[in-house]
Design a binder for this molecule. Structure first.
Ligand code: HBI
Ligand code: FE
Length: 284
């Protein structure tokens, strides 16, 4: 197997569930070095920006600067903590395959790593985004339950034709979520935590909106995948994930059949605004 192409490239998946071997022994010194650069950058940046749960999860995992983590070693620690495992996939997998894994507490992680000349550029989730970004929060029992519930809900949403609405919940929590901690809004979302530039932007920039999380509002809000977010939604506490993990989305899908859809940078008069963004970054 060749890292970077993906075992499935061209020929379809190796196995029906799209998993492949991580192929840990095949990583080159250059690939381990890319991990080291990214790992050192983020671990020195995130204290003070990421929430305590993220930092704790990060420290409890068998991860270090010197090598790309081994998924079996990660899974052993993770499974003991929250019953999750990390399985290798060659890149993005079809939605239903992704959901099926999550519903069974398996987190599909890209086994390849970005190239050294593309440290901040990512077309598909690689091992740094998936492992460094996502796995620390999977050590948290409420996040562990919530992502499993998202997998189960995803399968259901697909059959109802409501995946776009549900995907917004995932986007504004698991990927780009902030949570109140003391007087500040801290990172718990993997898309932010794995990004050198967005980590600071999300927490400290005056440009983006930071709005208290409200489920229906979030499900009505489009997101951007091409640049920093124009707005973030902030949980009061990670305890809110408990409610989100057990919620019945169907009444929400019903409600969403009518009413407005909001643009990423919008602020509504009824929003619980923590910070009204200047919008400066996205105007330039
Ligand atoms: N596959 N490997 C991988 N990782 C993802 O985050 C992912 C995926 N397939 C589908 C998907 N995400 C999303 O489109 C769903 O959450 C909607
Ligand atoms: Fe992700």
């Amino acid at each position: 197997m060749k890292h970077g192409l993906g075992a499935g490239a061209g020929g379809g998946p190796q196995r029906a569930d799209w998993t492949v071997d991580q192929g840990w022994a095949l990583y080159t010194p250059e690939q381990h070095a890319v991990w080291k650069t990214l790992y050192e950058r983020q671990t020195s940046l995130l204290p003070g920006l990421a929430c305590d749960a993220f930092i704790e999860g990060m420290h409890k995992l068998p991860m270090s600067a010197d090598r790309i983590p081994n998924f079996e070693a990660l899974s052993e620690v993770l499974h003991r903590a929250t019953g999750w495992q990390v399985v290798a996939v060659p890149g993005l997998v079809p939605d239903e395959v992704f959901f099926e894994h999550l519903a069974n507490r398996r987190f599909p992680s890209g086994n390849f790593i970005r190239r050294v000349n593309e440290l901040d550029y990512l077309e598909e989730p690689d091992v740094f985004h998936d492992v460094f970004g996502h796995v620390p929060m999977l050590m948290h029992p409420l996040m562990a339950d919530f992502i499993q519930a998202y997998g189960q809900g995803g399968l259901r949403a697909q059959s109802l034709g409501k995946l776009a609405e549900l995907a917004r919940v995932y986007w504004y929590t698991v990927e780009f979520g902030l949570v109140r901690q003391g007087d500040s809004a801290r990172i718990y979302g993997a898309g932010i935590a794995s990004s050198f530039s967005e980590s600071r932007f999300a927490v400290h920039s005056t440009s983006p909106n930071r709005i208290g999380f409200e489920l229906e509002r979030v499900m009505r809000t489009r997101y951007r995948i091409d640049d920093f977010q124009e707005g973030y939604f902030v949980l009061d506490s990670l305890d809110d994930l408990l409610k989100l993990a057990h919620i019945d989305f169907e009444p929400y899908y019903e409600a969403l059949n009518s009413g407005p859809i909001f643009e990423p940078g919008q602020v509504l008069s009824q929003d619980p605004v923590l910070h009204a963004g200047t919008g400066q970054y996205h105007r330039k």
